[in-house]
Ligand binder design. Sequence first.
Ligand SMILES: [Zn+2]
Length: 232
Amino acid sequence: MDSIKSSLLIVGLLLSYGITMSSGLSTISRRRYLQWQTGGCIATASTTALSNPSVAQAANLKSRTEGYDVQHTEREWAYILSGAQYNILRKGGTERQKSSILNTYTTENVGSYVCAGCNTPLFTSADKFSSGTGWPSFSTALQGVEEEELDPIRATLDGKEVRCATCGGHLGDLFNDGWIYRGTSAAKTGKRYCIDGAALIFKPEDGGEDVFGDLPPPNRVIKYEQSMYRGA
Ligand SMILES: [Zn+2]
C-alpha cells in the first residue's frame, strides 16, 4: 500500500511539475533563443505566448501610466507616436524579427539610442552587439531603463520586461543568457537586452540626422505585424 501511495505521489509530483513547466514555457517570448554555439544549432521557443496574451499580460501588472515623469493620455500618445511605436511602447507589442533598421546597426554606428516616446537616452552604440536574433541587442543599459521586478528563476526562464523609466514605455526584454554570445560585450555582462527597434531613435554622435527605429532596413519593405505580448 505504501508503495502504491508513494507511486501516486511521484506521479502527482511529475504531473504538477509538467503543468508548471508548460505554463511557464507558454509565457516565454518568441525572442528567447537557446543558442548552442558549439553545435551551431539555434532553437526558438514556442510562439504560443503570442496566441495567448492573457497569460503573458499577467507577467507585469505594473501600470504603464502612473508614477512616470512623462505622461500623456492614450489619445495623445496615439497622436504623438507612429503605429509601430504606439503598439510597442504603449501596448507592449513585439515587432517582427529583422523589421527595424536599427537591427542592422553595429557598434560602428557611434551614437546613442533614445526612447521614441520621450527622448530619454537608453542605450549606447558601445554596448550594442550582434545577437543574430533579429532584434537590436545590447549588453548593458543606461539609467533611463527600468527593469521589471522578478524573482531570479522567473527572470531566467521568461526574461524581464524592460521599460523606459521616464515614460513607462515598453522597450523589450532582458535575458540572462548573454554568456552564450562569445566574443561580444554580452559575454562579459551575461545580459542580453532584446529591444524592439521601433521603440528607439538613434542619435549619431557626429550630429547627423536621427534614425527612427520604426523604419525598415534599407531595400526591405516589411509589413508591420500587430502583436500583443505584454499588457498596456
Ligand atoms: Zn520614454
